[in-house]
Design a protein around this ligand. Structure first.
Ligand SMILES: [Zn+2]
Length: 101
C-alpha cells in the first residue's frame, strides 16, 4: 500500500512536502497543525554535503608496482556511498582528473 502521508501527533495526516535546509532540499511531511517530520538520515546527509562543499583535500600519491594510487578520504566515500570493488570512470584533463561514479 502506498503511503501518502504520515499520521501526526495531532491525529491528522501530515502530507509529503519539501523544505529547504542548509541550502539543500529536504523531503519531509508537513501537517496542517504546523508540525513537520523529516528523515534524520537525509538531514545528516545535507549537513555532511554542506560541511564538505568547499573543503579541499590534499592527498599524497602512492604507488603499487607501476601504478600510482590515491586514497579517497573516508568522509567523501561515506557521503558518496563508495565501496571497495565499485567501478568508477576516470577522465584525464591536462590539469586535473575527474572521477565519475
Ligand atoms: Zn498535526
Amino acid at each position: 500500500m502506498k503511503q501518502d502521508g504520515l499520521r501526526c501527533v495531532c491525529g491528522k495526516i501530515a502530507k509529503s512536502a519539501k523544505m529547504s535546509y542548509l541550502g539543500g532540499t529536504l523531503n519531509c511531511w508537513k501537517c496542517s497543525c504546523g508540525e513537520s517530520y523529516h528523515n534524520p538520515l537525509e538531514t545528516e546527509r545535507i549537513r555532511l554535503v554542506n560541511k564538505l562543499k568547499n573543503k579541499k583535500f590534499e592527498m599524497k600519491i602512492g604507488k603499487i608496482r607501476s601504478n600510482l594510487i590515491i586514497r579517497i578520504p573516508k568522509d567523501i566515500s561515506d557521503l558518496l556511498g563508495m565501496r571497495a570493488g565499485n567501478k568508477i570512470t576516470l577522465t584525464a584533463k591536462p590539469d586535473r582528473i575527474e572521477l565519475l561514479l
